[in-house]
Design a protein around this ligand. Sequence first.
Ligand code: TXA
Ligand code: MG
Length: 329
Amino acid sequence: MSKTSDFSPEVLALHAEALERLERGHLVVIPTETVYGLAADAGSDKAVAAIFALKDRPAFNPLIAHFYDQEQLSAYVHISPLAQRLLDAFTPGPLTLVLDKKAGAPLSELVTAGLSTLAVRLPHHPVARSLLKNLGRPLAAPSANPSQTLSPTQAQHVREAFKEADQVPFILEGGPCQEGLESTILDARHAVPVLLRPGSLPVETIEAVLKLEVQRMGEEVSMQDAPIRSPGQLKRHYAPQTPLHLDITHPSLGDAYLGFGPTSFKGEAFCQLSASRDLQEAGMNFFAMLRHLDSFGKKRLCVAPIPLEGLGLAINDRLKRASTEKDLA
Ligand code: TXA
Ligand code: MG
């Protein structure tokens, strides 16, 4: 897929520097197809601890480990028959699987926050793949934003988010993220896949390819398939400063408005997720537009109704979480 020769000498020099930093146990921001990640050598306690410190992330919230390929992955987790099908069908790509960790896997305990499971992902962004291949070890990487703020889909977002504290980490540029929403997370330990977080890979696509129903959280499941929770899903996340108002079709002129499809809104603070109501386009624009509208400092940030299907499920999940009162965090 990603041949090293695809990159210019200047870019290759930056890759080499990133690699060296990771090998020394330092943090590097990497592009992935979903959002930018704040990456560290998953085997190093010191490096992984630095992720939690920089993000101000609670230590009980585990991280996703990113791998180059299935061979590398198989040393760290037990690959269930369901996981094997999912890996073959959808990876590399925007899918994260929660699986049982293998005893003795060379992994910092901080990555899993003490759980016996590990969330794993094989990203397909060529820069991430090149780095993972050359490092030869997995990278622990949450989204590269301070805890409880909007996820970054451009390198510039990362710079802005960390510059106040004068703590901007080394960033590998990779252009705007093509998917724009975080990966879909499934508990794939048993026969029935359980959705822990809707994301860039639509559940309907998974169901169509696997010819299997994906269990949504909150639905009844058998004891054997009892889902574990994604600790990060319990909290307010992805939040802008401006109070969010959802499902608004007629905002006031003074509001900030995030549209989806045709609208007669004439206010100054306006962004269009997708004029043609294309959810893929909306997903890619989502975080950057929320961020932009937030910067107007209006009293309300209104959002048009977005259908609860395909990528709309992930978009609505982020919106709901972002509009939750702060003290739920
Ligand atoms: O697209 C993505 O997934 C991005 C890119 C950088 O890969 N990463 C990302 O990471 O969104 P983060 O840390 O922002 O979200 C990871 C989520 C959290 O909600 C966390 O609680 C959950 O995954 N998680 C991690 N390990 C888990 C585990 N063993 N069991 C259940 N949930 C887990
Ligand atoms: Mg995150």
